[in-house]
Every structure is written in C-alpha cells, then in structure tokens.
Design a protein around this ligand. Structure first.
Ligand SMILES: [Mn+2]
Length: 370
C-alpha cells in the first residue's frame, strides 16, 4: 500500500512518571556512535529508550544495528519507531516497486540493510541475479528481522510527548495521520506549527535550519513545544548523535547530550568570533573556484556571491561545475581553557567543534593524550 494511504500505527506506551526517558534519532547504522552515546548518558535498565526512526542505512552496519535494536526492544523498555530509511520489509511484499530499484540503490550506496543481508546470504550485493529469487531467500533467512521492521509503529504518545520520525500535523488526531506524513517531510520545523504537547522529531539535520553558523545540537523550542534531534551523524563529517533526556514524561523539563568520535583538545588562546560567516551546504553547494591552492582554494558561492576559502579536498568537480562538501568559514569565539573536538588539522589552524558548533580556531591547542 502506498505510504500516504497507509494509516499510521500509533503506540501509547505506559511510562511511569519520574522514569528517565532517552530519545535518540537517526543512528543510521553507526554502532560506535550509538554505543558511545549510550555510555555517555549512562543508559541502564531503569531508563526508557525511544529510537525515533532511521536507525538503518547510510552508515556501515545496518544488519548489526537492526539486531541490536531488536534485542533492546525485546527487553521491553526500548521502543523503536519507523523512519523513512527503515521500511525494508516492503521489499518482500508482492507489489513492491522497491525490489526493481534495489540493484541501482546498491550500486550507488554500497551499504545498507539489503547489502548486509545479501552478504550474509553469500551473494554479491552488486550482482544479485534473479530478484524474485533474492526476495524469496530474504523471507526464508530473515523472517524475524523483516517482521520486526514491518511492525514498527510510526508514532508514539506518552505523557506530555509525541514522538514521530519526521513530522506531525496539528490539524488532525495523531491516529488519522498516514505513515508517509509522519515519516517523510523535509524541513518540517520551518512550517511554523506549534503544539500543546511536545513533539519530538528527527529526520532533517538541524544545522540545515541555520544560516551562517553550523550547530549540531538539538533545537529545543520551548514556545512551540518542538524538539528537532537529528545531529547528522554519518551524513555530515562534523555531525554528532544527539540524545534528548526527559527526566519525567509528565513534565516539561528537558536536556540533551551528544556524542561524536573526534579527538578532544584544550584551547590555549582566546579568539573572537568572525563578524560574518557562511554555511555552504549540500543542495546549495555550487561554487566558482577563483584561485585553486594546494590546501585551500578561494571560492565564490554561486547563489549568494559570498567569497570564502574552502579546503581544496572538499571541492569536487564534474565537467564545468564545482560543488563542495558542507563547510563554513565561521571563526569560533573561544576562551583559553575551552574544550573542543578537532575535526580537521591544517597549516592555518584547526576546524573544531565547541558545544556542538563547528568553526575555525587559529591559535595553539593541546590535544588530549590517547
Ligand atoms: Mn529520515
């Protein structure tokens, strides 16, 4: 059934008042980040964990992530919701168009759940052969995994909170949403809705809502009662995995923690913020190279005319056209003693993150011992 015709499955789990609730979204098969974040927040059996969709695809370990999520859910205090990247069970439904599209997807991505499952079946993911036979072997070999994915709810509601992967619309009851409405909407936060209960979503990297300054921390909007969680783990080089921490599901108190794997360092000199900055991002990344250098190239962002230096290794040229990896020229305001994580080391200085914000630091720093 088409996603926008399929009625959403909404779960209303019983969560006791005062029990800590952790919400993590868009793990995208990045198990080291998932483990690192659970460790950092001290996840234990007393917590209730909500995985807000897109735990699969894009990262390196989809099948292992799926099995870990299944094991957590089996213990009873974890709830996983469906994201737009998790709907693989549909490939085994007879009317699925996804099966025909699979070889192309695998050629492009070279990873993901179907890739991992093909390997476990002893097949070459780039040469699956007869697709109907592949589908039969999937259903024979992975019935539990596919049934789990097929049954994932699209939203959950508990206490003061509603959880869905991408979007919720205020003009209709949660249970009257379609599966597609709840799991697929880019830049939903920009639509301007506000709610009485808190609505927690992932799906759309939070830094894409900002201009000029790149911040991967969750957006916690206390006026509109919205939390956007996706820190772009896997998707952006300087992304992170965020965890929303709700100490009491019946209350409005919220905090968060986050994890990335960059080495930590201590800043040794003060630095003032740059007066202006740009954030060049995917989808709007066309640049004109003014001067190509070995390490940095002077570029002009085509849409805005803004000029900035970009790491030459971030540029990719296809014929006449040049695009770049996500980047910014923002210079971070820092004080000696500040702790930063180091994303890039260059002759000019360091590209670092400080409290979730990415930018340049041109002074000296002391990296932690390994
Ligand atoms: Mn998504």
């Amino acid at each position: 059934m088409a996603l926008y015709e399929e009625r959403a499955r909404v779960l209303r789990p019983e969560i006791e008042a005062g029990r800590r609730v952790l919400v993590i979204s868009d793990i995208h098969a990045n198990l080291p980040y998932f483990h690192g974040l659970l460790d950092k927040v001290g996840f234990c059996d007393d917590d209730f964990l909500i995985l807000n969709g897109d735990f699969l695809e894009k990262g390196a370990e989809s099948l292992r992530t799926l099995r870990e999520v299944m094991a957590l859910c089996e213990k009873g205090s974890t709830l996983a919701l469906m994201g737009n990247c998790d709907g693989w069970a549909a490939i085994c439904h007879e009317d699925s168009k996804r099966l025909e599209a699979l070889p192309r997807y695998l050629r492009l991505r070279r990873r993901g759940l179907m890739w991992d499952m093909a390997l476990e079946l002893g097949l070459d993911p780039l040469n699956l052969g007869d697709l109907d036979a592949f589908r039969r072997r999937l259903t024979e070999r992975f019935p539990a995994e596919l049934a789990f994915l097929d049954a994932l709810p699209h939203a959950a509601e508990a206490g003061r909170y509603i959880f869905a992967h991408a979007a919720v619309y205020p003009d209709k009851p949660l249970s009257e949403h379609s599966a597609g409405e709840l799991t697929r909407c880019d830049a939903w936060y920009k639509l301007g809705y506000s709610f009485d209960k808190w609505v927690v979503v992932g799906h759309y990297p939070v830094m894409l809502y900002a201009d000029g300054i790149v911040c991967a921390n969750p957006i916690i909007d206390r006026e509109r009662h919205i939390v956007c969680l996706d820190g772009a783990c896997v998707l952006k080089d300087d992304g992170q995995l965020n965890c929303l921490i709700i100490p009491d599901i019946t209350g409005d108190e919220l905090s968060f923690d986050s994890y990335d794997s960059f080495p930590m360092a201590t800043v040794l000199e003060d630095q003032a913020a740059s007066a202006r900055s740009a954030y060049i991002r995917w989808g709007d990344s066309r640049v004109q190279v003014l001067r190509r250098g070995e390490e940095f190239s002077r570029c002009r962002h085509v849409r805005t005319g803004y000029e900035l230096d970009i790491l030459t290794k971030y540029l990719f040229t296809d014929g006449e056209l040049t695009d770049c990896n996500d980047c910014t020229d923002y210079v971070l305001p820092l004080k000696a003693g500040d702790r930063v994580s180091v994303v890039e080391r260059c002759s000019r200085g360091f590209f670092v993150k400080h409290n979730g914000v990415s930018g340049w630091y041109f002074g000296a720093l002391k990296e932690d011992e390994k």
